[in-house]
Design a protein around this ligand. Sequence first.
Ligand SMILES: Nc1ncnc2c1ncn2[C@@H]1O[C@H](COP(=O)(O)OP(=O)(O)O)[C@@H](O)[C@H]1O
Ligand SMILES: [Mg+2]
Length: 164
Amino acid sequence: MPILDRNTLEFVSRSPEQTRRLGMRLGSMLQSGDLVCLNGELGSGKTTFVQGLSQGWGSLDIVTSPTFVLVNQYQRMDGNTLYHLDAYRMQNALEAEDLDLVQMIDSGCLVVEWPENIREALPGDCLWIDMKYVAEESRQMVFKPYGERYIAILAEFRRAAFGG
Ligand SMILES: Nc1ncnc2c1ncn2[C@@H]1O[C@H](COP(=O)(O)OP(=O)(O)O)[C@@H](O)[C@H]1O
Ligand SMILES: [Mg+2]
């Protein structure tokens, strides 16, 4: 699928708090069935973003890096589940098959760190976010929607976060 350039949103976050706030905005818009892919090197701010995202989504739990457990689950009062997968240590899509990602997306929202590692196992439609270290407290974030649902979410996110 081609990158929908007219819909791409670029932003430089100037602090971890700002990254968390953006995550909160996005989290508050997610619905069951949504997939968010967070791509970027170690320290680029992926987990920091998920901390805000889970809060905005409605989780009462604190987010920690799931690097050693692969998947963390967060529950909401209404019974919804947010799955946070860190594929850093995964070699390929075959390993991901055991996780039943489809079931996760069917029954809740899924956020994936290191999505490149398991790309073939993920649905094509998603909100893809590239994160990059710029300086000590600065991180570039590029939001790319794949599919109508994510074009809509990103348009709403852009309005809510930047008023544009
Ligand atoms: N603008 C920023 N956005 C996100 N994190 C930042 C920012 N500036 C500094 N940081 C710091 O960078 C680190 C990012 O770590 P983390 O979110 O775990 O990254 P990743 O999950 O991509 O490895 C944290 O220590 C965070 O406090
Ligand atoms: Mg991380």
